[in-house]
Design a binder for this molecule. Sequence first.
Ligand code: NAD
Length: 303
Amino acid sequence: MQIAFIGLGNMGAPMASNLVKAGHDVTVFDLVESAMQALEGEGARRADSAEAAAKGAEVVISMLPAGVHVKGLYLGRDGAPGLLDTLEAHASNTRPLIIDASTISPEDVRTVAAAAKERGFTWLDAPVSGGVGGAKAGTLTFIVGGEAAGFEQAKPVLEAMGKNIFHAGDSGSGQVAKICNNMLLGILMSGTAEALALGVKNGMDPAVLSEIMKQSSGGNWALNVYNPWPGVMEGSAAGRDYQGGFLTDLMAKDLGLAWELALDSKATVPMGSQARNLFALHSSQGNGQLDFSSIQKLYRAGE
Ligand code: NAD
């Protein structure tokens, strides 16, 4: 298929790469030149703008940091037209299917999806879980919101990048499920870091403590596959000074989305609020561009 891929960051680059490997004809665009060059080296075409990448595509996929970027891309910014308008002007009978895999608010999804529907496009929210490792291995979980017919059309494309493809419900419900998941992840990562720091302060070896908790009732994804203590787990972000991975700023953003969702629905999220404050504080101390497991450093201050 002819696929346009917009946003080649930590996640988007390996996802686009897997589409190329699956035999799709992929045209990429990112604001960062070097990101496009890397994909070109893997067999993708590069375009000079999102509009140029999307022209003639059967499927458009975007993987951008936050709602402001997604709205800017599709609806336009600073008086410039958005992708929906330029695509509508170019499209003849067939409209490309649009899949946004970024994590953004359900409200932003509904705004963009409604504007897309008015112009005859199907626009799906398809946030992912599985991290950079899952993006590289092609084993991501996609949590899709939008019409069932669009989901069925998207599924074979998503299967080139992921292993579990869920239809969560209507537009925005992919994001609701993703936000709930990441709120829990933020709580689990900070709880894991807290427990490890307590054990080490009391003379435990972090690797021994981790192994004990993994085999006990404290075992959880953050501890089992993403250990935040440096040197405990081979290949973890902690072992490379927390470079790359899922940035602290993105986790703080997702916990902010959970907080907004709770306000809108009058839900109480005391643990999620605590986690949001911890990650926001950690970010304010200059750690926003480190992997989110670096929250461990917050518990090691003064060592
Ligand atoms: P990133 O910051 O590494 O990459 C974002 C990319 O988008 C950058 O290369 C940037 O240059 C590009 N970009 C921004 N605005 C653009 C525009 N208008 N046109 C073209 N390119 C543009 O972020 P990431 O880690 O790849 O995450 C992307 C999304 O996926 C976020 O919403 C994040 O919350 C979510 N997510 C990330 C992870 C993870 O482990 N990193 C896991 C699951 C979900």
